[in-house]
Design a protein around this ligand. Structure first.
Ligand code: GLU
Length: 596
């Protein structure tokens, strides 16, 4: 993950570009750079293998200013993260490009360009874009036409921003597979990977579709689709405020977002619950008809959203009685599945721009699975636009790269869906009323768990020197364990795996020793006794146990058994409530380890 910002204005764009990069910093990156057309119409570039802060210092030192510019934070895919490979990449002092994504046919393009006399100064796949565009310009096309031609020659995924010294009032942008928005200003226009990066300069955004090329000057934004046809794309007024993208009193966005969960859950559930019923119109005006037709459910998603789907499978089958399959989007889209018509195809994605999930939805549609529902946090996103039904989680901007509040609000949405589908299969009004009451209590329940922050922080100290960890859970807690392991590895770089606790004896137990902490999530439910036996197995191997346990159950603490008691929660909500301490654990371990 990485970010692009660009702008064309009647003022110096450099501070805007740097501010935009700062807002994208959370996405993780290894180097950063800016290119501008300066006051003497020369293309100037500053790059660093360091942080945006260092880039900013360099820019000040070099006095880089200009009214047309592009900027980038890189997460290297081709070539190591050093200054040479940092973007922007420039061809012959004329064309500069920033790129997010991967150009799959870069080797073939590179070979042809070397033959044609182009010199390469980096190992990136990106540099071929600069040469390709320049080459078309040399044959007589303007920048726009050259980018349009070049994009037809690229395979893979890209969001790109390109400027040329020969056209000082023009920024050309294009996307396929990677996100890109145009920020529409007054007498100035911008691009960025995310609206949040531009919120201090505009609230008006155009979300480019896959294949679009945008021709951007100070006064106009003209968009062409993949076939080259001029198209109108709506301008959305964002409800983001500059405050929503600031850290406030929190040290990191991730911590802020973990603590925002009670509010995010309350906002997500607002307008969806009457005193004892779920209002199914919250899934859209066609929800009733589409839910009536659904014979089964297919959930496709990636990463954390996949884990939300994996929890929902338990709910949908046990509470709603509807068959459910959950698939990783990048597998589903390529695996030629047997079609189950009248399936409700559910895609889950925080951003609504996850390329594999979008492609999986398109594949499911092409194959004829059935209607689609997107559970998403971004109203204008590609997934939302491509789906028959939409449920918007109202988590607010999620800036921390490790997804937290998006996950818990997705789960809340999936429970609402479970109830709607369950009604059609014998879920009684009484049971529904009970579930609604439990959902309404969720924000308060999560708030109580957040009070354990200090205790979990202390516990985290025991992990900072570990290299591996094992997470265990049963039933709905297995996906929760997977989510806990993902959080830990993603931000603290500790290798972590999750297993359904019953699988322990079929192999992974062999790994357990004093250096392999085992984290178990233990709500008070009918699987508890089984889980306890698994924990005994760990103890017998000399493993150190960390148990997140419902306060009503009895787990004996000892020198190698550490217990964090969680407020009692009805079993059905435990996937949401028990995830929160695992998020805090991962966060504090990462802070202690000082990982990026
Ligand atoms: N593939 C390009 C590179 O390695 C872009 C990576 C990115 O998206 O930051 O430079």
């Amino acid at each position: 993950m990485c970010g692009i910002v660009g702008g064309v204005a009647q003022r110096d764009v450099v501070p805007i570009l740097v501010d935009g990069l700062r807002h994208l910093e959370y996405r993780g990156y290894d180097s950063a750079g800016v290119a501008v057309l300066n006051e003497s119409q020369a293309l100037k570039r500053v790059r660093t293998a360091g942080k945006v802060r260092e880039l900013d210092e360099l820019l000040r030192k070099e006095q880089l200013h200009g009214m047309l510019g592009i900027a980038h934070t890189r997460w290297a895919t081709h070539g190591k993260p050093d200054t040479r490979n940092a973007h922007p990449h420039i061809c012959r002092g004329t064309v500069a490009v920033v790129h997010n994504g991967i150009i799959e046919n870069h080797e073939a393009l590179r070979a042809a360009q070397i033959k044609a006399g182009y010199e390469f100064t980096s190992e990136t796949d990106t540099e071929v874009i600069a040469h390709q565009v320049y080459d078309h310009m040399m044959k007589g096309d303007d920048l726009l036409k050259s980018v349009q031609r070049a994009t037809h020659e690229l395979d893979g995924a890209y969001a790109i921003g390109i400027i040329s010294k020969t056209e000082p009032n023009r920024l050309v942008a294009a996307r396929r597979g990677s996100p890109l928005v145009v920020g529409v200003g007054r007498g100035e226009n911008f691009i960025a990977s995310q609206a949040a990066a531009l919120i201090t300069v505009t609230q008006r955004f155009i979300y480019l579709e896959d294949g679009d090329v945008a021709d951007i000057t100070r006064d106009a934004v003209t968009i062409y689709d993949a076939s080259g046809k001029r198209v109108e794309r709506p301008v959305h007024i964002s409800s983001l405020t500059p405050d929503a993208v600031e850290k406030g009193p929190y040290r990191h966005y991730m911590l802020k977002e973990i603590f925002e969960q009670p509010q995010a859950l309350a906002d997500t559930l607002t307008n969806c619950l009457s005193s004892n019923r779920v209002l199914e119109e919250s899934f859209g005006p066609k929800a009733k008809d589409i839910f009536d037709q659904a014979q089964s459910v297919l959930i496709v998603a990636c990463g954390t959203s996949y884990h939300a789907g994996a929890v929902a499978r338990y709910w949908l089958e046990s509470i709603a009685g509807i068959p459910c399959v959950v698939e990783i989007a990048s597998e589903f889209r390529y695996r030629k599945p047997v079609v189950r018509p009248n399936s409700l195809v559910i895609t889950i994605s925080q951003s609504g721009e996850t390329a594999d999930t979008l492609a999986a939805l398109q594949e499911a549609k092409r194959l004829g699975f059935g209607h689609s529902l997107s559970i998403c946090n971004v109203p204008e996103s590609a997934l939302v636009r491509a789906s028959d039904l939409v449920f918007l989680t109202r988590a607010g901007p999620e800036i921390g790269v490790a997804s937290t509040k998006a996950f818990t609000t997705q789960l809340a949405a999936l429970m609402l869906l479970t109830i709607c589908l369950g009604r059609r299969r014998g879920l009684s009004a009484d049971k529904e009323a009970l579930l609604v009451k439990l959902l309404a209590s969720l924000p308060a329940q999560v708030d109580r768990v957040l009070k354990l922050n200090e205790q979990i922080k202390t516990l985290a100290e025991r992990f900072a020197d570990k290299h591996h960890a094992l997470f265990l859970g049963r039933g709905t807690q297995h996906p929760v364990a997977m989510e806990g392991a993902l959080k830990l590895k993603e931000i603290s770089y500790i290798h972590a795996e999750a297993y359904p606790a019953g699988e322990l004896k079929h192999g992974p137990l062999a790994l357990v020793d004093a250096d392999m902490p085992v984290i178990a999530v233990a709500p008070n439910n009918e699987l508890l006794e089984k889980l306890k036996s698994n924990l005994q197995e760990v103890r017998a191997r000399g493993g150190e146990l960390y148990v997140f346990a419902d306060e009503t159950i009895d787990v004996t603490e000892g020198p190698t058994v550490h217990v964090v008691k969680l407020p009692h929660t009805d079993d059905v909500l435990t996937p949401i409530v028990f995830t929160v301490p695992l998020q805090l654990l991962a966060y504090h371990v990462a802070v202690l380890k000082g990982t990026d």
